[in-house]
Design a protein around this ligand. Structure first.
Ligand SMILES: [Zn+2]
Length: 261
């Protein structure tokens, strides 16, 4: 059995500064506990939903935009128990690893801090416990942005982070049981370097996951009615589609995916 806990479904500047939807990313629990894309609120929402951040084994961060990365520093402090334990891994894009440098140096704990810091580019992989993490390509305004495919004890979980659509993208996420996807804008509306509903449908039709989880919903999509977009994805793909609810847990075993809410 493995578990995913979502700490919000928001993304983009206006959602981030208003917190109409949370921007805390999500936590993957298998034999290890990994926080993915800890945007603003990740620390507070972790505690609100009974996820002790001191238990984390790794932070995995797709890129250095504030809605994905903001709480990285404070979660490193939590993961290392207030910088008293040499523990945990920080795995992310080159921009994330370069950007966090000041935080690490300012603590003056260059030796006894994180156990491991790894910058990945598309095609690279890393391991945390028994979870293998494969970095996948993107086309985004932070040019070092990566997505992730997590190979877990209960199958593959894909996270398509911020990117514009490109045809090869789905090949990297084949065999995903769950497709977590940053869908920023509704159909017929587009912001450069981000996915919209139409793109999400094309990706899901090629990848055929058991479940689609929408996240990173921007303000326009929120105001226009994100559930209409969810339904459009579900109707056109015939694949169960949900919007990540804050605090929602997905329990995943070989046969089923069930939700706590
Ligand atoms: Zn971004």
């Amino acid at each position: 059995m493995m578990e995913l806990t979502f700490l919000g479904s928001g993304g983009g500047r206006f959602m981030t500064i208003t917190q109409k939807r949370g921007t805390g990313g999500f936590i993957l629990k298998d034999d290890v506990k990994i926080h993915v894309d800890p945007g603003p609120g990740a620390l507070v929402k972790s505690w609100e939903h009974n996820e002790d951040p001191r238990e984390l084994d790794a932070l995995v961060v797709s890129h250095c935009h504030i809605d994905h990365y903001n709480d990285c520093g404070v979660l490193i402090d939590a993961m290392t128990n207030g910088v008293t334990k040499k523990k945990g891994a920080l795995i992310g894009s080159k921009s994330v690893i370069d950007g966090i440098g000041f935080h690490l140096q300012s603590k003056n704990y260059s030796e006894g801090y994180l156990k491991r810091i790894e910058a990945l580019k598309s095609g690279d992989s890393a391991k945390v416990g028994n979870v293998k993490i494969i970095a996948t390509p993107t086309i985004h305004s932070d040019p070092t942005t990566i997505g992730f495919k997590f190979i877990t004890s209960e199958g593959n979980i894909s996270y398509i982070s911020d990117t514009q659509y490109f045809p090869d993208l789905s090949k990297w996420h084949k065999d995903a049981r769950i497709l977590i996807i940053c869908v920023t804008r509704p159909s017929h509306n587009r912001v450069p370097y981000h996915l919209n509903t139409t793109d999400a449908i094309k990706l899901a039709q090629n990848i055929h996951p058991e479940l689609i989880v929408m996240t990173h919903i921007g303000m326009k999509m929120h105001m226009d009615g994100a559930d209409t977009e969810r339904k459009e994805i579900e109707d056109k793909t015939n694949i169960k589609t949900i919007i990540a609810k804050e605090g929602e847990k997905l329990l995943i075993d070989a046969l089923s995916i069930t939700t706590s809410l």
